[in-house]
Ligand binder design. Sequence first.
Ligand code: C2E
Ligand code: MG
Ligand code: MG
Ligand code: MG
Length: 288
Amino acid sequence: NAKNMGRQTYCLFQEGMGDKVRLRREMEEDLETAIQDGQFELYYQPRLDLHNGLIASYEALIRWNHPNKGLINPLDFISVAENSGQIIPIGKWVLHSALEAASKDILDARISVNVSPVQFRDNAFVEDVRSAIKDAAISPHRLELEITENFLIEDDARAHTILTNLKSIGVRIALDDFGVGYSSLGYLSRFPFDTIKIDKSFISDADRNPSSSAIIQTVVGLGKALNMAVVAEGVEDLERLQFLAQTGCDEIQGYLVGEPTPIGSLCRLVPAIVKDALETHTRQAHAV
Ligand code: C2E
Ligand code: MG
Ligand code: MG
Ligand code: MG
């Protein structure tokens, strides 16, 4: 009967909660070991400049080589690390390794580093960025920090101060996953972004859903008006490339240009089919 059902459901729920807490605690312990033993690795994914066909930047994407569980993706552990505060040492490591790669292996392109809101709000963050740049001896303009809208919602004034301090060092700031958070167009005029990254959900949807392609065109227009570079994430096929090139989008990122790859096997060449498609587009654009 209903009463029993209710009790059973409650028991199951309790057990479920217990499991969740236990798994989280287990992961926190594993993360502690991972931090100490250096089980993290950065993969790099290129961003292609549609105006000149060159690789503009590489985005560093963290992976966790778990000794028993294999390769773990960031979405499966970042939120745990954020809640426990472990994202602070992890984020520091990411920043230092990415900048080291930029100074040695990625000789001329920019480097893009994802930053968690928790890290951003840490009092030592701006100084960490400054010293990481100094240690790697690279120009601050080559570093772009990617933040999401979540960073902006809590405390506007503080967010603004941190971003202004970072800009004064000379680093670039990108607004990541634009369009899926608590987006406000006001953010774009109030904060000094250099780059807007349109979330990949709009890109994958663009051929089926006219409103997604309208949104893409609008964001590209906004970027032009506000003097910010617009990047499309998650570009997987040539049709998207052609559409995005037509809209005037500045850069694309996605499996079409290259998957995230360990630094040792990174290919710096733009795939021939991508090059050809871009050349065809440029020819057609000039012919018109
Ligand atoms: P993001 O910064 O928006 O990164 C883009 C994600 O899309 C990456 O997932 C990338 O592998 C994936 N991707 C790239 N091209 C394509 C494509 O053509 N199609 C599809 N379907 N996906 C594509 P990944 O590496 O699993 O990272 C997920 C998220 O985890 C990132 O989203 C970022 O928010 C976060 N993250 C990654 N590395 C770090 C880090 O070092 N620190 C922090 N705080 N967050 C990180
Ligand atoms: Mg990103
Ligand atoms: Mg993104
Ligand atoms: Mg994302």
